[in-house]
Design a protein around this ligand. Structure first.
Ligand code: 3HC
Length: 322
């Protein structure tokens, strides 16, 4: 369990009431402000998992950098994967403002005790997957993160502003790949339709369990960390994506999809929550492979961390002697 700086008098009713009043007034909570322990713990949980997701999310796409079909596609994919690393480091920084140590969080990921987004436990079987990931996964991230940019915790909300700007490039480059393949040879069209079929339902699962099954959403909404519920965000993603699929003549793998003119929503079929549960329990197609890759990268990078620590110690000694 992450050791965090505990908040004095965290159960002090007067302090909690004052905190709740600040949230209700739409104020931004900053690192040095008093906050209930549970608010701090919720943010550490959510932000650390977000950061882990960004780092693990580099793996499925990185797998295709050496096989990109052109220099232009390769450059865009390298830039995207590099962005994801930056998002992870950025959000780890935000998490550390809550009094936790990044090393501890990363160790939890390596130990397999920390969650990261289920979506990154699926394999990237063809180049079309890279396009569909940009379109669906980064598209879903944009839906989620543009709302998180209004979160009550200042450092998280501000981090999302920069992250979302880069996600928009990620989605556009993905959708361009998809449109190119969808308008290409029959084999290319079949390849991208196959990728759509494989990534659609796992992308809907990214938004978490339904609101009735989410143990965290009600509290996070009350504290204005989440400004929309899982189901509201999922519905917004579906509403945005259905017309985009039609625009490139691709079929989403849901025969139940139907437009409701009254609510202006696209109704969609049932999600396989058993699959979701299995994936977040570590039994997805690539969970083991992803953690092995992260552990190897961490071990291979030990010398960099040691060198940086020696350099930092020398810098401190030099400034102390000056
Ligand atoms: N994958 C893995 N675990 C998930 C999950 C998913 N898709 N959805 C929910 N869970 C877990 C939650 O972590 C929680 O477990 P915990 O209590 O042990 O932490 C449990 O399932 C119940 O779910 P809740 O809905 O109650 O949990 P949250 O309120 O935290 O909502 C969330 C889940 C919507 C993912 C929310 O945490 C969130 O918005 N997080 C910030 C955004 C984020 O992490 N996105 C992940 C993708 S990152 C990404 O897309 C990178 C981009 O560059 C591609």
């Amino acid at each position: 369990m992450t050791q965090t700086r505990s908040t004095p008098q965290s159960d002090d009713p007067a302090r909690v009431a004052a905190f709740e009043a600040r949230i209700a007034a739409g104020e931004s909570i900053e690192p040095k402000d008093w906050m209930p322990d549970k608010y701090r713990r919720q943010l550490i949980r959510m932000m650390s998992q977000h950061a882990h997701s960004e780092i693990v999310g580099m793996l499925p796409e990185g797998n295709w950098i050496t096989r990109a079909p052109s220099l232009r596609r390769k450059i865009a994919l390298i830039a995207k994967v590099q962005d994801e690393a930056g998002h992870g480091l950025y959000i780890y920084c935000g998490t550390e403002t809550l009094g936790v140590d990044r090393g501890e969080l990363i160790q939890q990921l390596l130990d397999g005790t920390a969650k990261y987004s289920s979506i990154f436990n699926y394999p990237t079987l063809s180049w079309a997957d890279i396009g569909v990931i940009g379109w669906f996964v980064d598209g879903a991230a944009i839906v989620n993160q543009t709302i998180l940019a209004k979160a009550s915790y200042g450092p998280y909300a501000r981090a999302m502003v920069r992250v979302c700007k880069e996600e928009n490039f990620h989605k556009r480059q993905g959708y361009e790949i998809v449109a190119t393949l969808a308008n290409g040879t029959p084999a290319q069209k079949a390849m991208v339709q196959d990728a759509v079929n494989r990534w659609w339902w796992p992308s809907l699962m990214m938004f978490g369990p339904s609101d009735t099954d989410s143990p965290n959403t009600a509290e996070l909404i009350r504290w204005k960390v989440k400004r929309k519920t899982n189901d509201e965000l999922r519905q917004r993603f579906v509403n945005l994506t259905v017309p985009q699929a039609a625009a490139v003549q691709l079929t989403l793998p849901d025969p139940s999809l139907a437009y409701d003119a009254t609510s202006e929503n696209w109704h969609f079929g049932p999600i396989d929550w058993d699959e979701f549960t299995q994936v977040i329990r570590g039994n997805g197609p690539c969970n083991r492979e992803r953690l092995e890759a992260r552990r190897k990268a961490h071990d291979d990078g030990a010398w960099v961390r040691e060198a940086a620590a020696v350099h930092a110690a020398k810098q401190r000694a030099a400034s102390a002697a000056a």
